[in-house]
Design a protein around this ligand. Structure first.
Ligand SMILES: [Zn+2]
Length: 417
């Protein structure tokens, strides 16, 4: 029998970083196939012969229901195989550190220290073993901890010959660059509903995300020699600033949290003749989300009133929606997650609104309802990433509980409390 920690360490050492500037489609980086092929091999080793990777680097596998459990809903488990391009995931050298409190020296030679003052949540893990990096790379617990938890739970269930309904496994490439759900075969996957394991602290799960749109704003000015520009020049750069000033100044990522939405100017470039800006618009409330898009359109209309038709062209495109809009009518799926966490030894699971999206929100709107379970990783996307061993084990117990026929029958099949 393998262990979840060995699995995480083994997967962390496989380079599978996604690449913003790589191949179009999936995988963005051909190296992601290394991770996919390893998983297929390991799934075959567990006796799951139907495991395969498709040409777009998605790994799928199904485990049929055990005898007498065919009536249970088919539950999907999903994690992503890529790691973020924000920090290198090459030559990852994981180490297990027994945490006694205080600062953690990750790398003596390079003097890389994880300071307790900077990461106060470390205090929760005094006396525990932590899987850490050597300070020079990320760990990739996001989301290889999710992958490890799923594989370990499946191995244990099969070894224990535990009863369960149909289980559908899906491992995706390119989540970190926003393509994780793009080629996901919801139909072929065959689950009635699913869970991504791509969260953080093992006590917290998620089923509320932002509603999201992107706006490409083009400002059309008129360039002429500054010496003879009077009453003629329209400076697109100044107009771009004027447009931005029509948006609420305090509703930006740096001034909001919790359920507060924002406008985020993330790119701006131009010359006198033309300028372009890229905004993202985010809000948990669908009503306020629509109001934000209307406010942006109104700002463009006001600029056109001031400077003439087509001075500002604002193209907005919705990116994803809050999965809660769909899940609110199927709360038994959320409750199953919560009950499974309790059964795994977490007395009071919490849920916080995600200030972002997940693969799960795309999948939810493709028809596969998909809350997000914790995967035990902390400080994602950086060199201070770590995963507590106890939390990883709790994650395995959570998944096993989630698949327990008794719990599924009680929570999902009888919808009323
Ligand atoms: Zn992730």
């Amino acid at each position: 029998m393998d262990t979840v920690v060995n699995r995480l360490i083994r997967y962390a050492k496989v380079f599978s970083e996604s690449d913003y500037y790589g191949q179009s489609g999936t995988p963005s980086n051909p190296a992601e196939f290394d991770m996919a092929n390893l998983l297929v091999e390991e799934l075959h080793g567990l006796g799951i012969d139907n495991a395969f990777v498709d040409e777009t680097c998605y790994v799928y596998a199904t485990i049929p229901a055990t005898a007498g459990c065919e009536h249970l809903p088919a539950i999907g488990l999903i994690a992503h195989m890529d790691t973020t391009p924000d920090l290198t995931g090459k030559d990852v050298k994981p180490q297990i550190i027994h945490y006694e409190g205080g600062d953690i020296v990750l790398n003596q030679e390079k003097n890389i220290v994880m300071e307790a003052a900077r990461f106060p949540e470390l205090a929760k893990f005094v006396g525990q073993d932590l899987v850490c990096t050597d300070g020079t790379t990320l760990l990739g617990a996001d989301d290889k901890a999710g992958v490890a938890i799923i594989l370990q739970a499946v191995e244990e269930l099969l070894a224990e010959k535990a009863p369960h309904g149909k289980i559908c496994l899906g491992f995706t490439p390119d989540e970190e660059i926003g393509r994780g759900a793009s080629n996901f075969d919801v139909q072929g996957f065959g689950a009635d509903f699913a869970y991504t394991l791509d969260g953080g602290d093992i006590t917290d799960f998620e089923y509320e995300t932002f509603n999201a749109a992107m706006a490409h704003v083009t400002v059309n000015g008129f360039s002429i020699h500054p010496g003879t520009a009077k009453d003629k020049m329209k400076n697109a750069l100044l107009m771009a600033m004027e447009f931005n000033a029509l948006l609420p100044a305090l509703e930006t990522p740096g001034r909001t949290d919790g359920y507060e939405g924002f406008f985020h100017l993330q790119e701006m470039s131009g010359k006198v003749e033309q300028a372009t800006m890229v905004y993202i618009i985010r809000d948990h409330s669908m009503e306020r989300f629509q109001e934000r898009k209307a406010a942006m359109a109104k700002a463009a209309a006001e600029m056109n009133r001031r400077y003439g038709e087509n001075s500002v062209v604002c193209d907005m495109e919705d990116q994803y929606y809050n999965m809660y809009e769909v899940l609110k009518d199927r709360m038994e799926i959320v409750r199953l997650a919560e009950e499974a966490m309790k059964a795994a030894g977490i007395p009071n699971p919490t849920h916080s609104p995600i200030r972002g999206g997940t693969d799960g929100c795309m999948l939810t709107y493709k028809g596969l309802l998909c809350p997000n379970l914790p995967s035990a990783g902390h400080n994602a996307h950086g060199r201070f990433e770590y995963a507590p061993v106890e939390s990883l084990k709790t994650g395995v117990r959570t998944v096993k509980s989630l698949l327990s026929p008794e719990l599924v029958e009680r929570v999902v099949m009888k919808k009323e409390d």
